[in-house]
Design a binder for this molecule. Sequence first.
Ligand code: 2HG
Ligand code: ZN
Length: 478
Amino acid sequence: MTEVSKISPTQLLESLRAIVGDKACLDALADMQPFTTDYRKLYHGKALAVVLPATTEQVSEVLALCSRNHISVVPQGGNTSLMGGAVPDAAGDAVVLNLRRMNQVQEIDSVNDTMTLQAARAAAETAGRLFPLRIGSEGSCQIGGNLSTNAGGTAVLRYGNMRDLTLGIEAVLPDGRIYSSLRGLRKDNTGYDLKQLFIGSEGTLGIITSAVLKLMPLPSATAVAWVAVKDPHAAVQLLTEAKRIAGQAVTAFELISGPALSLVLESMPQWSAPLPDAHDWMVLIELSSGGDAQTLDATLMRILEEGMAGGLINDAAIAASIADAQAFWRLREEISDAQTREGGSIKCDISIPLSKVADFIAQASAQVLEMAPDARMVIYGHMGDGNVHFNPLRPKHASAAQFLSEHYVSVSRAVDGLAHQQNGSISAEHGIGVAKRDDLLLCKTPVELELMWQIKQALDPKNLLNPAKVLPAPSAAS
Ligand code: 2HG
Ligand code: ZN
């Protein structure tokens, strides 16, 4: 139970300003609004103040101050969470701590192949290295948010997610203490791997303020194709063939349903489809390597020819230039924002063992269409990881409010339930936030829930850091 704060709002503001400076502490409603509303405009919270510290020491002092006075803190990076994970609730008794000023690259070590934090891709490229995390919100999300949500995206197939790409972190604990493992070691078996507790914990255990990230060689050749496949089974078979032929060079393998592409083309009429005809299922394949472009082009051609010969592929377009490749990727990356603009999307972020993913899509689609026969089946995602964004969208004739009130609960329960039954996950890469919090009760065992609560209690005994996110209330389990 959180104790009631004894500090007055005026005293709190004065103390926060003494730590971060006047300009970095906002309390006017209009100034705070961008920080208290989530990216999809589904959650509208309130805050006592928004602070924007510039150093780890300032984060530590803010947390210590809030902890002493029993004030909750909601950490925030680029505020791009799709699950409402980075905004406060409507009670108005929390401080939002936004980390956007903490964006310095401290060091790039090109011998050890690591770099210390933020603006990672651009800084890595300047040093002739690749930081391989690739997600749609790249322009606005922040490395701290990527770490706290264990972000994935379109290149996990080749390079892994944030957990795989991180060698060390620095995090401020809820009481202001600072934990650090910024040593850049690739091997270190000295007890528990504490950094992995903070990565993916969505700011409920500590605030990540710095990180040592893995870098990769910058590829010298890239080959991209937009491919119409017979169905999701054929897509899985094509992926297996692609891996057999191209091995490690297979960098991305994204599934896109016909309705997903149509939605993008309707909202961006100036863009064109890569193939002349409409197709029910397509994949976007990217190969990359450190070798020469001709060899990689020939490898891609061989994958496509064998796929055609095997009856897996109906048609394909190969990107003839970097501009073509970017245009293909732009279509893929726009799907999420096109849904946000359209409104009325039921987001299920499923992962399933690859061997079962095509059957899952067929079964889940049949169930959803029985409940909502006119829904647009916006299904897409990172097929290579068995991660499907299964997002039924309102039919054009229904309003978002009408579609969601009628179908949100039953459709997401059915889709998530099917995924859970098949050993899948109900949140492969978007995290839990508030949107999926109570669904953890359905998919985690009592032992898993108990361990999570015990960890939260050990690190944040006053329950002040990003409260009511991720973990369902213990009482909800009984
Ligand atoms: C993507 O892969 C993102 O585009 C967003 O994970 C997915 O909006 C979504 O459901
Ligand atoms: Zn995704």
